[in-house]
Write a protein that binds this ligand. Structure first.
Ligand SMILES: [Zn+2]
Ligand SMILES: [Zn+2]
Length: 348
């Protein structure tokens, strides 16, 4: 089943370093194996500010937006699922599905993989076209805006905790209570963490982490590493997540580890990390683990956490904005300045 081409509104990046602009584009009918989704919610992520400034984004002009949920508007030949009218959320990595990495379930390393909203057109638009296998059913009980933000921050938070091998009874420190941190705190608890320490500078974010069951650690007045040591009777934590992209905070995450502790680093930075190998790693048999994106298999798991009430995203979405370049540029400016708000979502 196909539909005739139709025009749609999108907010695009013409070239790196330019503000986003409004555009009207033509959406072709979906090719075999593809679907067209009418976007109901698209999260605005800190990464989008990087892509706008020219760090990471490719193939300009480009429609940004990699956190997308909506309703299937059209399906191409050979697509049995999803069906027109289905509620879906979209895995942001479009991969070949056939190479060794894809077959082994490590699709983030597919050499021909493209990320929506970074390498190919994304969801700051009324319509988006993706392979049908990127869509995952979004249950009626989960609002579109939650489905959207789950596709990036929550999914990467779960992947980071999986990479760090969180076991029931572990103690976990989460450095950075932004979009990822709000999910990481809850998912760590859902995975059985005995205690979760939430480290941030922002009083509102610390208060929110406290409401979500974490022990807030204010990184402002003192040394958060010492505060974590004090809270764990000197032992340190089994798992530390760095979700900010600061080498200083990465060092704090490593220094907070207990013997056999695992520090999973998910924040992006180009700077070099400095550690003292014997004191910080060897002597404690500690590990530093890199975290890149997440897996499509983790999305189904995430939806189950939300359905069971273990991942509550009500506090994660703090503002809705229209599909309008001026509004979205304003949000990206705020993200560059590390504002208070956790997540804004576009409702076209
Ligand atoms: Zn994102
Ligand atoms: Zn592949």
């Amino acid at each position: 089943m196909t539909t005739a081409p139709q025009t749609y509104r999108a907010v695009r990046l013409a070239a790196p370093g330019r503000p986003l602009h409004d555009a009207v584009l033509e959406m072709p009918a979906p090719a075999p194996g593809e679907i067209v989704v009418r976007v109901q919610a698209a999260g605005i992520c800190h990464s989008d500010a990087h892509y706008r400034s020219g760090v990471g984004s490719t193939n300009h002009p480009l429609t940004l937006g990699h956190e997308v949920a909506g309703v299937v508007a059209a399906v191409g030949a050979g697509v049995a699922m999803p069906r027109v009218g289905d509620r879906v959320c979209l895995h942001y990595l479009v991969t070949c599905g056939e190479c060794g990495d894809c077959r082994a379930g490590r699709e983030q390393f597919c050499t021909t993989g493209q990320m929506i909203g970074k390498d190919r057109d994304g969801g700051f638009a009324e319509l988006i076209r993706v392979p049908a296998r990127n869509a995952r059913p979004l249950p009626e009980a989960i609002p579109f805006e939650h489905g959207a933000i789950m596709m990036c921050s929550s999914a990467t938070a779960l992947h980071a905790l999986r990479k760090a091998r969180v076991h029931p009874g572990d103690t976990v420190a989460v450095f950075g209570i932004g979009g990822l941190g709000v999910s990481a705190v809850q998912l760590a608890r859902a995975l059985g963490a005995a205690a979760v320490y939430a480290v941030d500078l922002n009083p509102a974010k610390l208060a929110m982490a406290g409401r979500l069951g974490a022990v807030p650690i204010d990184a402002g007045p003192g040394d958060p590493v010492q505060a974590i040591r004090d809270a764990t009777r000197g032992r340190g934590v089994d798992v530390a997540l760095e979700l900010i992209g600061s080498t200083r905070v990465m060092e704090q995450a490593v220094l907070s580890l207990a013997p056999l502790g695992r520090a999973a680093l998910a924040g992006l930075t180009q700077e070099r990390l400095s550690i003292a190998p014997y004191r910080d790693l060897l002597g404690r048999e500690a590990e530093i683990i890199g975290v890149s994106d997440h897996l499509i298999t983790e999305i189904g798991e995430l939806i189950q956490f939300v359905e069971r009430g273990e991942l509550e995203l009500g506090e994660a979405v703090t503002q809705f904005v229209p599909l309008d370049a001026g509004s979205i540029n304003g949000v990206l400016d705020g993200l560059e300045a590390f504002g208070d708000g956790v997540r804004r979502v576009i409702r076209p």
